[in-house]
Design a protein around this ligand. Structure first.
Ligand code: SF4
Length: 367
């Protein structure tokens, strides 16, 4: 890694852990709250790469990084201790946000633009566990955007196809993430992903990543692939039993062993490097535990997408701190080397969060 790359990896890691303070909170910059992936994030383009940076979190208020009010083109400057350190740009609102379906549903309530070129949707905006906040994943905000009227409960296959086509044609999106709340303890969302992917693929040629818990029957992997899902995410979130039980008491009922078996079965269908998992660093798992599980995953051909935990306003973990940048570097540096050695590259994936890479500095450590 040369010096310039090292600096930018470090800056991305620090920004994602510490957040960015906006000089003018009323600047009209939209912040994504709730929904797929870590939220209360804002897309920021820095050095040609678009990353998600926490802006609306409790921690970001105390960040040493401050952004100037964006100019009319969305351009701005990050300052640290009064010195300008990087030019940034806040991406413009996508054109497809200006459209709505024939029955009046805004396209932005059906799917949203993530980072620079990813269309993302939470096809089912509810989860069997969410009604009991003691049992649900403590970081999750799946019900919040629904309660706030920013999305709809169930996106139909027809709606998804319509929005996907528009997002490709008007905004040039390159791939799509379809995630879902868990509707049952059998297929765990795989069936909904299948019907969604089928409809999208019939409308537009767009690589799709599906995201769900491991279904009860491995036959679903073949069904998802046949429906047009190119890449699959099954998200561990945390890797040690104590942390899993504390942070996601319901989902921890699916043991790590089941995830590991499901990863093997999924890789045999989707291929090496097309199956991934999200791991939230900073919730209690040690550096060693995350690296050890990541090594097992890489050996299976699974990409461990390790991201810093960012608390979401309104969730039980709203005031839980994000991990220290040093902690993230201690994971991402050796993990990047492991990925490189194994020949697993985020850029080679067809679709999904690890390909997008905006929620973690990990891809910058693969080089
Ligand atoms: S990695 Fe990209 S696609 Fe995944 S949640 Fe983050 S911004 Fe969205």
């Amino acid at each position: 890694m040369n010096k310039a790359e090292a600096i930018s990896s470090q800056l991305i890691t620090e920004l994602q852990s510490l957040g960015l303070r906006l000089e003018d909170a009323e600047s009209g910059i939209g912040v994504r709250r709730g929904g797929a992936g870590p939220s209360d994030h804002k897309a920021v383009t820095i050095g040609g790469k678009t990353i998600m940076v926490p802006i609306a979190t409790a921690g970001a208020i105390n960040s040493p990084f401050v952004a100037d009010h964006p100019d009319t083109q969305g351009g701005s400057v990050i300052r640290l201790n009064g010195k300008n350190i990087a030019s940034i740009a806040f991406p413009r609102q996508p054109r497809f946000y200006g459209l709505q379906t024939a029955d009046g549903v805004p396209y932005s309530h059906i799917a949203t633009l993530h980072a620079a070129d990813v269309l993302a949707t939470t096809v089912l905006q509810s989860c069997i566990r969410y009604s009991n906040r003691k049992k649900s994943c403590q970081f999750c905000a799946i019900g919040q955007s629904l309660d706030a009227g920013r999305t709809i409960l169930r996106k139909t296959p027809e709606q998804l196809a319509e929005v996907a086509r528009a997002a490709v044609e008007l905004d040039g999106v390159k791939h799509m993430v379809i995630t879902t709340g868990t509707p049952n303890l059998t297929d765990r969302g795989a069936a909904i992903l299948c019907e969604s992917a089928l409809a999208v693929k019939a409308a537009v040629d767009l690589p799709i990543q599906g995201q769900c818990e491991p279904p009860d029957d491995d036959v679903w992997f073949k069904r998802m692939k046949a429906a047009g899902i190119d890449s699959l995410g099954m998200h561990l979130e945390a890797v040690t039993p104590e942390v899993r039980n504390r942070i996601m008491p319901g989902k921890a009922g699916v043991p790590l062993e089941r995830y590991m078996d499901a990863f093997d079965a999924a890789v045999s269908v989707f291929g090496r490097g097309e199956v991934s998992t999200y791991i939230l660093a900073g919730l209690g798992d040690t550096v060693e535990a995350i690296l050890s599980v990541s090594k097992q995953l890489i050996d299976k051909g699974v990409y461990p997408f390790v991201v810093p935990f960012i608390p979401i306003t309104g969730t039980p973990l709203a005031h839980y701190p994000s991990p220290d940048p040093r902690f993230m570097q201690d994971i991402l540096q050796p993990l990047g080397a492991m990925l490189k050695q194994a020949g697993l590259r985020s850029a080679d994936m067809k679709a999904g969060c690890a390909k997008c890479g905006a929620c973690s500095a990990l891809s910058s450590y693969e080089a």
